[in-house]
Ligand binder design. Sequence first.
Ligand code: ARG
Length: 395
Amino acid sequence: MSKKIILAYSGGLDTSVIIKWLTKKGYSVIAYMADVGQESDFRTYKERALKTGAIKVVVEDLKSEFVRDFVFKSLKADAVYESGYLLATALSRPLIAKGLVRTAHAEGAEFVAHGCTGKGNDQVRFEVTIKALDPGLKILAPVREWELKTRSEEIEYAKDNFIPIDTTKKKPYSIDVNLWGISIESGKLEDPYYEPDEDIYQLTKGMNKAAAKPVYVEVVFKGGIPVKLDGKAMNGVDLITKLAKVAGNAGVGRSDMIENRLVGIKSREIYEAPAGWVLLTAHKALESLVLDRETLHFKEAVALKYAELTYYGLWYTPLRCALDKFIDETQKSVNGTVRLKLHKGNCSVVGRKSPDSLYRKELATYEKGDAFDQSLAKGFIELWGLPYEGTYKGK
Ligand code: ARG
């Protein structure tokens, strides 16, 4: 009997060629597709996989799980990698890998495969997750080891083997999309000085085309999670989808960065996460109103660590779980409403309110009704500065 293998299948050239390549090596390939909001034509891809030789195709809608268990955890953490990346791709990989493992168990397969190259982060995220969940599964990464060195060799292979792919379409960039955002790399972007054409952007409008008038949005959070948009209660998937349209239209959510990959190289990346940036900005604004100073500052350090863990493929690890416990404790008071103004690529907070607000007008005011006893400041400063009196030896 041939060996069963579950392949993370995207429908593109690489993973289509992998189906044939594995089949020729004697594997029975089950193509696994996870819907994380990439709006793929799953029907066409399913047919393509079967025509190419897959014995079965499994498609799972993981959008709600993606938002609930990955995106919103990351949002509560305020996780951003190297100040510009909201981790859309990085957050989806452990979820997809978990799906591969689940499918392997359901199908009684001993092998799993993915289509990542040996230079990226995604291979690490897939494999670390698979090993964390089931170290007994054997992992194959054909692109890392096969003889097809260039894209044209792959196209040639596809033609020779009657693999139905769209070879007329040029593939100028490597693109990964999901509900939280889009990651674009390679092609002309490999020159860090090259300014991408406007048509590279898919979720956001450029300054010239963005709406001329500012648009206001109001987000309500409960326990650190957005639950209402502009007064309407919505589930996470709908809220993100709706907000992405509004924010993208206002040109909000782009980043262009040189990023440090886990495997040691720097790479040029273009990201769009319109809903993500609005929600992150709003969430942080609300936290600044409801969290005490020390918790807030400590949480800023946690955010960096959380982003690193996510980026490094260390999602299913004890530290990430422990940090979630800490973060959830802090989110008990992250309830309230944030109003934001989106205009020509800018996203600014214009108002915030909360039943858990720690802001006390009677203490902050410079007007009538001041309850702050300014005479106490003198003694406070004396003790605060005491250890340093006359100690400074620098210039
Ligand atoms: N550099 C980003 C990351 O490591 C994006 C990766 C995009 N992946 C892709 N297959 N195009 O998360």
